[in-house]
Design a protein around this ligand. Structure first.
Ligand SMILES: Cc1cc2nc3c(=O)[nH]c(=O)nc-3n(C[C@H](O)[C@H](O)[C@H](O)COP(=O)(O)OP(=O)(O)OC[C@H]3O[C@@H](n4cnc5c(N)ncnc54)[C@H](O)[C@@H]3O)c2cc1C
Length: 612
């Protein structure tokens, strides 16, 4: 392990929050012989990724898949859990319109569930949005519609997303979609059916790791190891105030068992929601920063946990409930996550997730009523009989989803600008950065914060993004190439249409049309159309106007439509590309004339110019 330069052995680092980010930071600090003092307001560790316990059953607050591209995070999981880290198969489906659809969507399964007519409409709608995409992709609705078409968006994305966020998808920022379903489109979903993707798409992962008794098991063990190294993890300790002066934090005020305690530190790392951190600063920060923080919002959720007297209910780990007839958003089957989540193999435990806002009607409903609601809804969906439910409990979780509304990044920018001046403070984790980060990203921010502190590195924690890779973003203030700007403008104006996807769509529609027309004409014996249709036999050997011919027609129609669709779009893309390159060249020459030089890569990036 790398060793830091000489450090003060009495250095105290105050860590706020014992969720994945805070505990990871504390655990890393102990490796460099630095004593972390962790303060957690709840009575247990793990934060949103904690595991609750009730009558012998373990309940994960959500269902946390352990999957990461980060070797560091992976190493830590294995180091802590060892044999208790199970590899589990993933199965998840969508419940909609009284039917179950595979998730990730599989075309044949979706086709079967939707029926031929609805599928044709989905194909046509996809075509329409491929040809005339929305020029802007600011909202979730625009982003998804451009990739899947409006009809599929309405069927499979709209209602669930609105349940989760509690706001219309037309008001939700596209960043969430871009972060969560990046790399996935109708085309990739279709192609994945036939070929192994070169790069695994995040949402298509088929197996994942999981601790034997839920994620809380990991965080309990991390807490023990921190304490073994003389670190401190204080539960039931709410950080109520943060004292600062100039550009340094001085101390935190901790409320514990009704008593206030002032804890001083050399350095501070916080994973509490950034909104609350700002509000608790003493003295208060500038008004603009306070206002920006007050405009950041979260969504909360509650889990109704049901113990069911049934050995096996269904195979899925979880099911997304898109049906608007029920309020529940997602149903977890914890026994399928790990058999050790239940005390008795003849029982099953379910977690019904309800998305809400702290203090709203659902949140304030009594536990007893929520359990009754859960029993009714599980029965309605048909996954278990309410009379088989033998017990239940309810857990409410705050700050589960940082909301990406249309102004959040602007507010976050103001807060970030202020925090950058605090030299002994770093904010980490999902709510610390107000970023829809997974557990591994949260952990990574904790690890990088410690590297910044110990080695004086300059890792930008705000850049640990959803792709789970730490990206060195372009240096701020760097002048973009004129050609890049031009390319971007043209890319927006003339969106490239995907020729394969377009071919598949045209092929599907024409194949289905020929199939239906042939079948209809042959079954209804419409003599006057027989002759016309039979003419196709000239081009499609073996084709005839009878039921077998309709199947051949489906095949021929698909191939014919594919070639036509693919050909037209390839030609269109070629023409656009030539057109763009002519205009781009002209624009570049105009720019170069204007500034009197021809920039080369090195010089223009560093701001110099190469005089001709
Ligand atoms: C429904 C759901 C499903 C998820 N599924 C997955 C998944 O499958 N895989 C995955 O990798 N991730 C998943 N996540 C994300 C994962 O839970 C989070 O990324 C992770 O828990 C964030 O860790 P954190 O430490 O940043 O924040 P948190 O877990 O929120 O921890 C912050 C801690 O700070 C404490 N705190 C707050 N205020 C104070 C205060 N004033 N004083 C003291 N302590 C305070 C909180 O109590 C909390 O314990 C899921 C999240 C949700 C909501």
């Amino acid at each position: 392990m790398e060793q830091p330069e000489s450090r003060n052995p009495d250095q105290k680092v105050v860590v706020i929050g014992a969720g994945p980010a805070g505990l990871t930071a504390a655990y890393e600090l102990t490796k460099y012989n630095i004593r972390p003092l962790v303060y957690e307001k709840l009575d247990k560790v793990g934060g949103i990724a904690r595991t609750e316990y009730c009558d012998g059953f373990y309940f994960d607050m959500g269902g946390h898949r352990f999957f990461t591209k980060s070797t560091e995070v992976n190493r830590m999981w294995h180091e802590i859990l060892d044999d208790d880290f199970l590899l589990r198969p993933r199965l998840s489906r969508i419940y909609y319109d009284r039917k179950f659809f595979d998730y990730p969507l599989k075309p044949f399964n979706a086709l079967r569930g939707l029926g031929i007519w609805q599928s044709t409409l989905v194909g046509l709608s996809y075509l329409r949005w491929q040809i005339f995409p929305s020029p802007r992709e600011d909202t979730f609705e625009q982003w998804v519609t451009n990739r899947f078409g409006k009809r599929l968006f309405n069927l499979f994305f709209k209602s669930y997303t609105e349940k989760v966020w509690g706001i219309p998808t037309s008001e939700l920022s596209s960043e969430w979609a871009a972060q969560r379903i990046k790399g996935l489109s109708l085309k990739t979903a279709v192609l994945n059916m036939f070929i192994q993707p070169r790069e695994t798409i995040t949402t298509l992962i088929e197996e994942f790791h999981y601790p034997r008794r839920g994620p809380g098991m990991l965080w309990d063990e991390v807490k023990s190891r921190i304490e073994l190294q003389d670190g401190e993890v204080h539960l039931n300790s709410d950080v109520k105030g943060i004292k600062w002066d100039g550009n340094r934090l001085k101390s935190v005020i901790v409320m514990r068992n009704g008593e206030e305690q002032i804890v001083e530190g050399h350095d501070f790392i916080s994973s509490m929601p950034i909104k609350e951190f700002i509000a608790r600063l003493d003295p208060p920060p500038p008004q603009a920063v306070l206002e920006a923080a007050s405009q950041l919002f979260h969504r909360d959720f509650l889990t109704v946990c049901l113990m069911v007297d049934a050995e096996h209910l269904f195979d899925d780990n979880w099911i997304y409930v898109h049906d608007p007839d029920v309020i529940v958003g997602r149903i977890q089957n914890f026994k399928n996550w790990s058999p050790d989540m239940v005390p008795d193999p003849s029982m099953t435990s379910l977690g019904l997730e309800y998305f809400c806002n702290k203090g709203d009607e659902l949140w304030s409903t009594t536990d007893g009523e929520l359990i009754e609601l859960g029993k009714r809804e599980i029965d309605h969906v048909g996954l278990a009989r309410s009379e088989d439910v033998v017990g239940g409990c309810v857990f409410r979780v705050e700050h589960t989803y940082p909301v990406y509304d249309s102004n959040y990044s602007q507010h976050l920018g103001i807060i970030r600008g202020f925090l950058e001046n605090l030299e002994n403070f770093q904010t980490i984790g999902r709510n610390g950065l107000h970023r829809y980060n997974n557990q591994d990203h949260a952990m990574l921010t904790g690890m990088l914060a410690v590297r910044n502190l110990v080695f004086g590195e300059n890792n930008d924690l705000w850049s640990v993004n959803a792709e789970q890779e730490y990206l060195e973003e372009a240096i701020e203030g760097e002048v973009p190439y004129a050609s890049e700007v031009i390319d971007e403008t043209f890319a927006r104006a003339f969106m490239k249409i995907d020729s394969v996807a377009f071919g598949i769509s045209v092929g599907t529609v024409s194949g289905l049309m020929l199939f239906f027309v042939t079948l209809y004409v042959s079954l209804n014996q419409i003599e006057e159309l027989f002759g016309y249709l039979y003419l196709l036999n000239e081009y499609f050997p073996g084709y005839d106007v009878n039921p077998v011919g309709s199947l051949l027609g489906l095949l021929y129609g698909f191939v014919f439509g594919f070639v036509i669709g693919w050909g037209i779009v390839s030609l269109r893309n070629l023409v656009v590309r030539i057109y763009i390159s002519i205009i781009r060249r002209r624009a570049e020459l105009k720019l170069l004339e204007k500034y009197g030089f021809f920039p080369d890569e090195q010089s223009s990036r560093s701001g110099d110019s190469d005089q001709q």
